[in-house]
Design a protein around this ligand. Structure first.
Ligand SMILES: *[C@@H]1O[C@H](CO)[C@@H](O)[C@H](O)[C@H]1NC(C)=O
Ligand SMILES: *[C@@H]1O[C@H](CO)[C@@H](O)[C@H](O)[C@H]1NC(C)=O
Ligand SMILES: *[C@@H]1O[C@H](CO)[C@@H](O)[C@H](O)[C@H]1NC(C)=O
Ligand SMILES: *[C@@H]1O[C@H](CO)[C@@H](O)[C@H](O)[C@H]1NC(C)=O
Ligand SMILES: *[C@@H]1O[C@H](CO)[C@@H](O)[C@H](O)[C@H]1NC(C)=O
Length: 544
């Protein structure tokens, strides 16, 4: 209270002066009467503004609650004895506390016996579970019939509001609400048994106000010469909509959804010989579904009149295509057997190509240099259990940084988190040279401004199935998630007793537990310098 009145008194003299100044300019009152009127008005204005001040102070201190920031444990783990897990980790806000929660799926024989039986499922069954990002407590568990095929979360149109998860397992496609774990719908997936991720999302096609999706089916291993089927589903009910479309899929082994600079959505098809595209508008029209989708004129001029397929670019032994995040004119990072290159999609021109040997992991984007264009971290296999980790400039493809590390298989991919200083910090895995008698699986932190030295945290060997570095809250809570345990895709040996463990660790907490690994002979910076820089970091939730 004392504080409040103090503030309003402080503010008042200023206001009075302003009012006086304002009035004397606008009206030139010559009579004394006029002045005394003014004094009355001034007193009223004073009292009114005092009253308003107090109302505001009271409102903020008592009536409107302060936003409560969720408190979180820097490290937590969720341990499931005698289970197996899959390469899947998603972060979504399931309990609406503004901190993201973690979703993963496991197959369990013991702990979830009752959970499986309660849903009339045979043991072992799959359990999709959401754990609280702040403390690792289970939010919900959804038992599902085994076997697991694939799973995508963040799918629009599945829940009542927001997004949900879609699981392909046993004979069914099952849509699950991310807030409650409740099954929204369950449908036979007999038409898309060989369906591949990612789902191709469409805006509402069947006028039920929910986004819809389509699933493309092909066998990535076989070079099939038959057209590949595309089946549309209603996001709301899971019913098939429209008719099945056949895409000229001769040799397709991968696909992704892509939006051109003008906002026209395309399906990109990866074949060994090159990159192809077909417009989503055309595909929806072929299925007999109405849409307001656009085409990209400059691309459509190149389309095959029979199939509608557009040959974007020819490559030798294409391996992988990724959309470069956050660029205004969308570009694609293209990986072949022996190179990575950047393809500008407006002119369909290669900006740069860098020769590589076989890559061990998915390339990772992050800001390394100061030009604001996302740079690329890749890991090459250079033989002898050694990998060369490189950072390539996103603008020119030149090598900005490199280090050699020993690796084990399967080697977890690197990750990056953007900071407020417009650079990212990177996290990567490997064994450092020198001590092979006592094999340790280390994680390394790389600071782009002090890249002469890596911070190394040694861990006992663990079978990492999935790894992700992310922010769990806006601008804070930078952490990483590691999912370890037996791989559910490999037939588990009977009697295998290893647990599945999901661990969350705060990135900054690793710093004090780390030692230094020198990358260059430059001794000008010390381990302590790097650690201090890491403690000072502030993180950004912008993607790039
Ligand atoms: C999991 O967390 C508990 C304490 O919360 C700790 O005692 C245990 O060592 C952790 N397990 C692993 C594998 O990190
Ligand atoms: C598949 O879904 C149907 C319809 O909900 C259900 O009756 C059936 O039990 C499910 N099958 C499996 C294996 O979950
Ligand atoms: C990259 O590889 C191609 C073909 O193997 C070769 O012609 C080219 O000279 C190489 N470029 C560099 C910079 O080594
Ligand atoms: C692998 O490394 C060992 C020792 O580090 C070396 O003796 C051997 O020649 C290397 N092999 C190859 C193929 O580089
Ligand atoms: C290897 O590491 C272990 C434990 O970290 C240590 O006891 C041992 O001395 C190391 N050996 C060498 C050769 O550095």
């Amino acid at each position: 209270m004392a504080d409040a009145s103090g503030r309003s008194f402080e503010a008042e003299p200023l206001k009075g002066e302003e009012a006086e100044g304002g009035v004397s300019k606008e009206k030139s009152c010559t009579e004394k009467l006029c002045l005394s009127h003014l004094t009355g008005w001034r007193t009223a204005a004073f009292l009114l503004s005092l009253f308003l001040c107090l109302v505001v102070v009271f409102a903020f201190s008592f009536i409107l609650p302060c936003p409560v920031r969720p408190q979180y444990l820097p490290t937590w783990n969720r341990t499931l004895p005698d289970a197996a897990t899959y390469d899947f980790l998603a972060v979504e806000d399931a309990n609406e506390d503004k901190a993201l929660d973690v979703l993963f799926i496991y197959k369990d024989a013991e702990a979830s016996r009752n959970t499986c039986l309660s849903e009339d499922l045979s043991v072992p069954c799959l359990v999709l579970t959401a754990v609280d990002g702040t403390d690792g407590e289970t939010l919900w568990e959804r038992p599902l019939a085994a076997e697991f095929d694939w799973l995508e979360c963040g799918v629009k149109g599945l829940g009542l509001q927001g997004t949900g998860c879609l699981v392909a397992h046993a004979d069914n496609l099952t849509a699950i609400d991310k807030k409650t774990g409740v099954i929204r719908w369950q449908q036979s997936r007999s038409t898309v048994l060989n369906g591949n991720l990612p789902l191709i999302s469409f805006p509402d096609l069947n006028a039920d106000k929910a986004e819809d999706f389509a699933i493309l089916s092909y066998n990535p291993e076989a070079s099939s010469f038959t057209p590949i089927p595309l089946v549309f589903f209603s996001g709301k009910s899971g019913d098939q909509i429209g008719s099945e479309v056949h895409v000229d899929g001769n040799g397709v082994f991968g696909h992704l959804r892509f939006k051109t600079a003008s906002g026209a959505p395309y399906l990109l098809l990866l074949k060994k010989s090159g990159l192809y595209a077909v417009s989503l508008r055309r595909l929806a029209a072929l299925a007999g579904l109405e849409s307001a989708l656009k085409d990209e004129k400059s691309w459509e001029e190149k389309s095959d009149t029979h199939t509608g397929l557009i040959s974007l670019y020819q490559f030798d032994s294409l391996k992988r295509v990724m959309v470069v995040p956050g660029s205004s004119s969308p570009s694609l990072l293209v990986q072949t057997d022996s190179s990575v290159s950047l393809l500008h999609t407006d002119k369909l021109k290669i900006a740069w190509t860098t020769n590589t040997s076989t890559l061990l992991s998915v390339p990772t984007f992050g800001q390394f240099d100061k030009d604001g264009i996302p740079d690329i971290m890749i890991e090459e296999d250079v033989g002898n259990k050694t990998k060369r980790v490189l950072v390539l400039s996103g603008s020119s493809g030149v090598v900005l940084w490199e280090v050699n590390l020993l690796f084990w298989t399967p080697s977890p991919h690197p990750a990056s988190v953007l900071t407020l200083n417009t650079y990212s910090v990177f996290m990567l895995w490997g064994q450092s040279h020198g001590n092979q008698t006592n094999e340790m699986h280390s994680s390394f932190l790389l600071h782009p401004r002090l890249s002469q030295l890596l911070l190394e945290r040694r861990n006992p060997p663990q079978n990492i199935i999935s790894f992700k570095a992310t922010l769990l809250e806006r601008g804070r809570h930078a952490c990483y998630l590691v999912l370890t345990g037996p791989d559910g895709r490999q037939r588990a040996e009977p009697g295998e007793t290893e647990p599945v463990i999901l661990t969350k660790r705060k990135i900054k907490d690793d710093v004090s537990e780390s030692g230094a690994l020198r990358v260059t002979a430059d001794e000008s910076i010390t381990e302590e310098d790097v650690k201090q820089e890491f403690y000072r970091l502030r993180f950004s939730d912008a993607l790039f």
